[in-house]
Design a protein around this ligand. Structure first.
Ligand SMILES: Nc1nc2c(ncn2[C@@H]2O[C@H](COP(=O)(O)OP(=O)(O)OP(=O)(O)O)[C@@H](O)[C@H]2O)c(=O)[nH]1
Ligand SMILES: [Zn+2]
Length: 452
């Protein structure tokens, strides 16, 4: 049970002494200085917290325990400094919150020099809990009374706490502060802190970071070294090679067994099945830009966003030498993600929405290499060419594709909008044989060709 003793004679646990502002690299904070009944000095850095108004939503709060070595000296024995930075950045980003820098908490309340003695024991292999105990201290000697009194003084009886330590939440609740939500403070772990963080989780009830899902790791640009389920293994095998290529041009086409992407009337919706759809959305999520020809926008009015899986939307790129896509096309009016509208030198372009950038190319050829170079110059390294048949075929013929995924759907259309139509080979032996793999996607089969 945490207790707080009031200042003799005043009944106050802390006294508000001074108020100023603190400009930082994260933004400018209101800074209030407090004096505890025992002479301890604290500061509260806040954004969006005013004496005369109670915030509508409980603010983000970080009670940051003083750590000279981590916060001030850049120590890698603990994650305090990284957490301090992350908390200030998050508060500034939300525009509503407080970081109480709690003095007197150094070394989990045992003081700086005692913490250094604990470090010395840890150098010899003792863990952080046993080191405290060996020195005659509790594993955690912190008192939250003054921190709770500061929150009460700021008019914040209900808060969202940023902490991985359930003990902090319990201590605040016992002091009358209602924690409506607690979110772990997960930051990149400094290399020398691994054993310390492991001990906090194993022996001090600290939350462990959520295990990154295999898909999230791929989205973050890492190829997981292991996978625990067959679904995860499939994701690693399917998309790992692409993730390992930060600059790559890939294309995806779904076509009937006889090579069409739509019927004569242009009906192509629902050709391939749900698994192929999911595969397409995974590719979109993994690339920086998705490229389509103007014909595809005219025929299908696609959104080109990621909806079937989690992941960021790519930049949408429309190749439109004569600016013929309708001005109310989804990619031009819906600001879900940026759109690059590539047009020729003489194309008439109307005024566009903020999310649309018009890029004028010097000729109407739109050579694939020129398109790729234009995107690279804008930092769009991984590119998916998604349609239609002519656009994908031009990229293939130009030798600009690193990977080509062709999903064949077990249906015969007889005639219609052609899918892939590359330059003809006169002899079988002249047709390049690229390394290939196959994935079964429900009733459909996707063949991946490694083109270069
Ligand atoms: N006694 C002791 N204190 C330590 C050690 N390493 C860090 N500290 C102190 O621990 C305090 C921070 O506590 P942590 O356990 O890292 O985290 P927490 O504040 O409980 O939890 P979070 O809110 O998630 O950060 C700081 O005051 C540090 O000085 C150590 O090995 N021994
Ligand atoms: Zn620390």
């Amino acid at each position: 049970m945490v207790t707080a003793s009031p200042t003799p004679g005043t009944g106050e646990v802390v006294e508000r002494v001074v108020e100023t502002v603190l400009p930082t690299r994260h933004g400018t904070f209101r800074m209030v200085g407090y004096l505890g009944y025992d002479g301890t000095e604290h500061v509260a850095l806040s954004v969006g917290v005013h004496d005369d108004a109670v915030p509508d939503v409980p603010p983000l709060v970080r009670l940051h325990s003083e750590c000279l070595t981590g916060d001030g000296l850049g120590s890698w024995r603990c994650d305090c400094g990284v957490q301090l930075d992350a908390a200030l950045a998050r508060i500034a980003g939300e525009g509503l919150g407080v970081l109480v820098y709690v003095r007197g908490h150094e070394g989990r309340g045992i003081g700086l020099l005692e913490k250094l003695k604990a470090y010395r024991l840890q150098d010899a292999g003792v863990d952080t809990v046993d080191a405290n105990l060996a020195l005659g201290h509790p594993s955690d000697a912190r008192d939250y009374g003054q921190a709770a009194a500061i929150l009460a003084d700021l008019g914040l009886p209900r808060i969202r706490l940023m902490s991985s330590n359930p003990g902090k939440e319990e201590a605040l609740a016992a002091l009358g502060i209602q924690v409506v939500e607690r979110t772990g403070m997960f930051v990149p772990e400094p290399p020398d802190s691994v054993f310390y963080l492991h001990t906090k989780r194993a022996r001090m009830r600290h939350d462990a970071p959520p295990e990154a899902s295999v898909w999230q790791e791929l989205l973050d640009g890492r190829v997981p070294v292991s996978a625990s389920s067959s679904e995860d293994l499939q994701l690693v095998e399917r998309y790992g090679p692409l993730v390992a290529q930060p600059t790559a041009v890939v294309a995806q086409m779904a076509q009937s067994l006889d090579g069409f992407i739509a019927t004569r009337s242009g009906d192509g919706a629902g050709l391939s099945g749900a698994a192929d759809h999911e595969h397409l959305h995974r590719l979109r999520a993994l690339v920086d830009a998705v490229v389509v020809g103007a014909g595809t926008v005219v025929a299908d009015d696609p959104q080109l966003t990621v909806r079937e899986v989690s992941g960021p939307h790519p930049t949408r790129v429309v190749l439109d030498p004569h600016a013929r896509v309708p001005h109310d096309a989804t990619v031009l009016v819906e600001a879900t993600s940026p759109t690059l509208w590539l047009v020729g030198p003489d194309a008439q372009v109307p005024g566009v929405a903020d999310h649309v950038t018009v890029l004028r190319l010097p000729t109407t050829d739109f050579a694939p290499a020129e398109v790729v170079a234009t995107l690279r110059a804008r930092g769009l390294g991984r590119v998916l060419v998604e349609g239609g048949g002519r656009t994908v075929s031009r990229f293939a013929d130009a030798g600009e594709l690193d990977r080509l995924y062709v999903t064949t759907v077990p249906v015969l259309l007889g005639d219609g909008v052609p899918g892939l139509r590359v330059q003809p080979a006169s002899q079988i032996g002249d047709a390049p044989r690229h390394p290939s793999r196959r994935f079964v996607l429900g009733d459909d089969v996707c063949t991946e060709l490694v083109m270069r």
